[in-house]
Write a protein that binds this ligand. Structure first.
Ligand code: HEC
Length: 160
């Protein structure tokens, strides 16, 4: 974890992420600008927002890209996918209010799961960007564990 800022995956709204410079997302060696897989890649700087499910579907696609690329040892693509997972659009304020209302006092644990997964995705992008295959395999596993961990805890309570 080389970054001094961990921007929460989904937490645009807590007020926190809004105050931060969106360009903190970028790393020196990897940019996701050319990857058209995101629904709204053009909103860089303004932070696109969306509902949870739309964001999740994009995350699923990015993770599939990462895995597919791994079989070919195409770490450049893995890094790009990891970066796209880390930099996905934030949850809209309305959607965040829904999540907060549904989870109540467990909302903090949801945010924590979000941060953990975000950090894992940054680590994946870094490992793959650095060309380290075995670190990439491990980091990919950590991202998956983050996704599944949050789903186990919260998905059933938040599916619309
Ligand atoms: C902080 C919690 C959290 C994290 C982290 C998380 N998810 Fe989710 N995910 C959810 C919730 C909640 C839903 C249900 C959303 C809904 O239906 O409104 C969901 C749903 C999904 C779905 C199903 C969408 C559908 O078809 O209904 C996919 C696919 C998905 N997530 C992929 C991922 C991937 C890939 C990652 C990791 C890179 C990830 N998620 C990380 C909370 C999380």
């Amino acid at each position: 974890m080389t970054r001094h800022l961990v921007l929460p995956l989904l937490l645009a709204l807590g007020g926190l992420a809004m105050a931060e410079d969106p360009h903190e997302h970028e790393t020196a060696h990897e940019s996701h600008g050319a990857d058209g897989a995101h629904a709204s890649p053009s909103a860089e700087g303004a932070h696109a927002t969306g509902d949870l499910r739309t964001i999740m579907l994009a995350l699923g696609t990015e993770m599939a890209h990462a895995q597919e690329a791994l079989w070919r040892e195409d770490l450049v693509t893995v890094a790009r996918a990891g970066r796209a997972v880390a930099d996905h659009p934030h949850v809209s304020p309305t959607e965040m209010a829904r999540v907060q209302a549904a989870l109540g006092t467990d909302f903090g644990a949801f945010v924590a799961a979000d941060r953990t997964t975000h950090a894992a995705a940054v680590a994946l992008a870094d490992a793959a960007g650095g060309g380290d295959l075995s670190a990439t395999v491990q980091a990919l596993g950590a991202v998956q564990a983050g996704c599944v961990g949050c789903h186990q805890q919260f998905r059933a309570r938040l599916v619309e």
